[in-house]
Ligand binder design. Structure first.
Ligand code: SF4
Length: 694
């Protein structure tokens, strides 16, 4: 049976499940997929075992002890749905629909069952608060959109095979989207030079030809410094600039403010390395740049992605196959998104007499602690969590847990396993996994669309998320027909947009082949002849940014904390903390799997030998990592894989398995980045102390 990996990864691997006697006996990558070519990563290799875990949730459960106790008893679906329906009605009657927060994460990236809006129709009818997924790519998406005209576009990753210079900018390809490595290797075979820019010498950086380790959050300054060298070499592409960009004079002035010496002081790289990379950039066509998602998780993250995205506008790389910037590909899918969401079902759009005529309020997922503890207009009375584990993944962990512990908050969690979040749930509902339900899948790291057909029936009483919402609509006696559409009907509605990228791509065709590339040429050079901005040009200067109160010229916005020195904050918390991806977990998924935890090891803190020595810390010592928001315990990993002044501890560990019961997000601030309300996981300062007696 054909399907695709639904996890939060750019690659969306196509897979084939072998079923014998009604049981899934093998899962392997589809060798015929032109991009993912039959390879699944180490995280998903054991996925079948994961689906059959003895601790998998199989029945609806009701909490019977105090919040946080983890004491539950089994109840029927009918009782669970009746209880939810009744609590939703109570909340609506007392405070209106906005007192309900549908909290959706990226635990499942399927269009029907997961992150893109599963349940949206239901929540629109109910008039619930609108959930904004600020956790992931949003700041960089805004930066991309202000520059290119669409938040989710860039170069086709398959064209990296044509690149002659490849810059992996904050992107640990081998751990987080391994299939991009194949076109990179192909380019290398033809002489491409691969540069990794990352404060940590990751697996990817170690496998690259050259590694530069700047101070976190200074990437935009580095981009401007590199362009300063390009201008010095007189290698800007004037015909491209004249024909396809606007705002060059202002941007050129901005670049000239960042000579290599100034950039070296900001980034703490050497002037020589900045000049060397700048010259390579000046002289090498095409240059392909991959921007990692972590790069934009700081106070200037949106601007950082914007400014890097301007580089090929100066060098003219956007005109070449293998040139440009790859950040996201989702903007190329011409699906009918409103057919999935049905925003027209919101109360103000259905009832013209609604007093203020506005859409329900937005709530940012990275500020859940603040929202649960401080909002009162109206307060959040019902939290419905699905495909998410906020107790692990959301900043300011202590505040999140205090919010979840509110006795007057009714919390439903749809899950596969008991997590740190389900401990605070009133009801836990068992969800299907990918091999047990239908779904339509896109990617943010290539241009294929896939259909996932269930290979086996759901175990126990697990239900697809779509079916949970259909039953909930019935329990609430809602009469909107769209709430009862089947999974296949919703997929067909999305595919029937008439957009040329989907020409001939029907549900039947997807079922037959598993996945299909969008109808773009190969090689696809999306911006060789123009950009989807209002001006039709790449915008070095953006009127939309000016209207939003932002600096309209691409530039450098320093992070809030990461680059501080000689301030009171930096003196108290002298080290910048990064929270990169773990090679064995995917966000918080697999954090409960003993074998993966064993491979990953306990939470570790990577620190430079100079920083360790200054604190009397040796490799393997337990250390406390702390700041004004919280602390966690980790084992010291002392190595020059990280630059001095910076420490790193991977995300994804679950507090319940961690020494001390907290993890790295205990120290992260819940404030917004410069654009879109994005998260600031990598904009954080801490102190590190050896634990006495360690
Ligand atoms: S996590 Fe990524 S690389 Fe691994 S199987 Fe899923 S899509 Fe493929």
């Amino acid at each position: 049976m054909r399907g695709a990996c639904p996890l939060d990864c750019p690659d969306t691997c196509s897979w084939i499940v072998t079923v014998r006697d009604g049981r899934a006996v093998a899962l392997r990558g589809d060798p015929h997929h032109p991009y993912t070519r039959g390879a699944l990563c180490n995280k998903v290799a054991g996925y079948l075992t994961y689906t059959r875990s003895p601790d998998r949730l199989l029945y609806p459960m009701r909490r019977v002890g105090p919040k946080g106790s983890g004491a539950f008893e089994r109840i029927s679906w009918d009782d669970a749905l009746a209880m939810i329906a009744s609590r939703l009605r109570e909340a609506i009657d007392a405070h209106g629909g906005e007192s309900i927060w549908p909290f959706l994460g990226s635990g499942n990236m399927g269009l029907l069952q997961g992150a893109y809006g599963a349940g949206s129709r239901f929540w629109n009818v109910v008039g619930a608060s609108r959930h904004v997924q600020t956790i992931c790519t949003i700041a960089g998406g805004f930066g991309t959109g202000y520059t290119l005209g669409n938040n989710r576009v860039g170069m086709d990753p398959e064209t990296f095979r044509f690149s002659k210079l490849i810059v992996l900018w904050g992107a640990n390809v081998l751990s987080t989207h391994p299939h991009l490595w194949r076109p990179i290797l192909e380019a290398r075979k033809h002489g491409a030079f691969v540069v990794a820019i990352d404060p940590v010498r990751t697996r990817t950086a170690a496998a690259s030809d050259w590694h530069l380790a700047p101070q976190p959050g200074t990437d935009a300054a580095l981009a401007l410094g590199l362009l300063h060298v390009v201008l010095g070499e007189q290698r800007e592409d004037r015909p491209f600039i004249d024909e396809h960009t606007i705002g060059w004079d202002a941007f050129r002035q901005r670049i000239l403010e960042f000579p290599p010496a100034r950039v070296a002081a900001i980034t703490r790289l050497t002037i020589e390395s900045i000049v060397d990379l700048g010259r390579r950039l000046a002289q090498t066509r095409p240059t392909g740049i991959r921007i990692g998602i972590g790069l934009q998780r700081h106070g200037g993250g949106g601007m950082a992605v914007r400014t890097i995205t301007c580089i090929p506008g100066v060098t003219g790389d956007w005109r070449h196959a293998g040139g440009g910037v790859h950040y996201d590909t989702r903007g190329f899918y011409g699906l009918d998104w409103n057919a999935l969401w049905r925003n027209d079902l919101r109360p103000n759009r259905r009832h013209s007499d609604r007093a203020d005529g506005r859409d329900p309020r937005e709530l940012h997922m990275t500020r859940v602690g603040e929202a649960l503890l401080e909002l009162d207009d109206p307060p959040v009375n019902v939290l419905f969590v699905y495909a998410s584990n906020p107790a692990v993944s959301i900043p300011h962990q202590a505040k999140v847990l205090r919010g979840l512990a509110r006795d007057d908050l009714f919390t439903v969690v749809v899950e596969h396993f008991h997590t740190d979040t389900t401990r605070y749930a009133d009801l836990v509902l068992p969800a299907t996994m990918a091999i047990e339900h239908r779904d339509l899948l896109i990617a943010y790291g290539h241009l294929y669309i896939a259909w996932n057909e269930p290979a086996v029936p759901p175990p126990g009483e697990c239900l697809p998320t779509t079916e949970i919402f259909r039953r909930l609509a019935r329990a609430m006696a809602l009469d909107e027909p769209a709430l009862y559409d089947s999974d296949e009907a919703m997929a067909q509605q999305m595919l029937a947009s008439g957009h040329p990228s989907l020409d001939g791509i029907t549900l039947e065709a997807l079922k037959a082949s598993g996945s299909i590339r969008l109808r773009y040429p190969d090689p696809f050079v999306p911006f060789a002849h123009g950009f989807p901005t209002a001006s039709g040009r790449l915008e070095f200067v953006s009127d939309r940014m000016a209207q939003a109160g932002l600096d309209p010229v691409a530039g450098y916005t320093p992070p809030f904390e990461a680059t501080q020195h000689d301030t009171a904050l930096a003196r108290e918390y002298p080290l910048a903390l990064l929270t990169p991806a773990n090679h064995y977990f995917l966000n918080s998924i697999f954090g409960n799997v003993a074998a993966q935890r064993q491979r990953s090891g306990a939470p570790a803190l990577l620190m430079h030998p100079d920083d360790a020595a200054a604190r009397g810390i040796a490799a393997g010592d337990d250390v406390r990592v702390a700041n004004q928001r919280g602390s966690f315990v980790a084992s010291a990993d002392v190595s020059d894989r990280i630059r001095p002044g910076v420490v790193a501890s991977t995300k994804g560990h679950w507090p319940r398995h961690a020494n001390g019961g907290t993890t790295v997000n205990a120290t992260v601030d819940e404030r917004d980045s410069d654009m879109g309300g994005g998260a600031v996981y990598h904009d954080n300062r801490v102190r590190v102390d050896r634990l006495s007696g360690a």
